[in-house]
Design a protein around this ligand. Structure first.
Ligand code: ZN
Length: 242
């Protein structure tokens, strides 16, 4: 039917060659019409597809940029590391984990430097070669160690081979030992046996000036005996306090 119609039109136009542009025009229109027909067909198919498919993929847009999680900036906590003889762990082993945990509170550590300290202070009291530490009082070894501050007036992290009471780490802050510990000597000690989150746990004790432990084992400040290492949540109060 369609081809017949076209022949008819073509024949009529051949008799009058003058309106050749019109022929072209009509041919073009014919093409256009056929294209339009195909196009309409495609649209019809598209409509049918649309009825079967969820609309979401068709109207999907680029997601809006995520809001800045730290609109007030990221707080940097300067820290200087000292390695005592026999220590095998370094602050660089703890840096990534520490910063990942502190990111919950828009904070991070900034390592200002480090020292490998050739000292025999761990031979002051028996047992030798371990850091003698007490929960009741600052031992001579702890006092001597924390008085050594080659990094100046920043928090110092001391890496020791082991701690006499068997802990993975400990911390020293103003309110410790009944407020007897000098706040200028705020410090952390980390043993070779430390877990990935020991350093940041001890660091937060110092920043909060609080040796208390959280009841939730998923919290960073749960005690070492109950804490789910690797979860290390921090709550709003902890973030506000550091
Ligand atoms: Zn603790």
């Amino acid at each position: 039917m369609l081809s017949y119609t076209h022949k008819q039109k073509g024949g009529a136009l051949q008799r009058k060659p003058q309106p050749r542009p019109a022929l072209k025009s009509r041919q073009i229109r014919g093409e256009d019409e056929r294209s339009l027909g195909r196009s309409l067909g495609n649209r019809s198919v598209g409509r049918m597809m649309a009825q079967r498919m969820p609309l979401a993929p068709r109207i999907q847009r680029d997601p809006p940029p995520a809001p800045d999680p730290c609109p007030d900036g990221v707080r940097q906590i300067d820290i200087f590391a000292v390695n005592l003889p026999g220590s095998t762990r370094t602050i660089y082993d703890d840096q990534t984990k520490t910063n990942a945990v502190l990111a919950q509170c828009c904070a991070r550590i900034n390592i200002t430097g480090g020292e490998s300290w050739d000292t025999n202070l761990m031979d002051t009291d028996a047992p030798h070669g371990v850091l003698n530490h007490s929960t009741a009082t600052a031992t001579t070894e702890v006092q001597d160690m924390t008085a050594h501050r080659p990094g100046g007036n920043v928090l110092h992290a001391y890496y020791v081979p082991s701690i006499s009471i068997g802990s993975r780490g400990s911390s020293f802050y103003a309110s410790r030992y009944g407020g007897a510990f000098p706040s200028t000597a705020n410090a952390i000690q980390v043993a070779n046996s430390a877990a990935d989150d020991t350093m940041v746990h001890e660091l937060v004790h110092v920043l909060l000036d609080d040796g208390g432990h959280h009841a939730d084992p998923d919290n960073l400040m749960a005690s070492g005996g109950t804490r789910n290492v690797g979860v290390d949540n921090m709550d709003a109060a902890q973030c506000a306090g550091i």
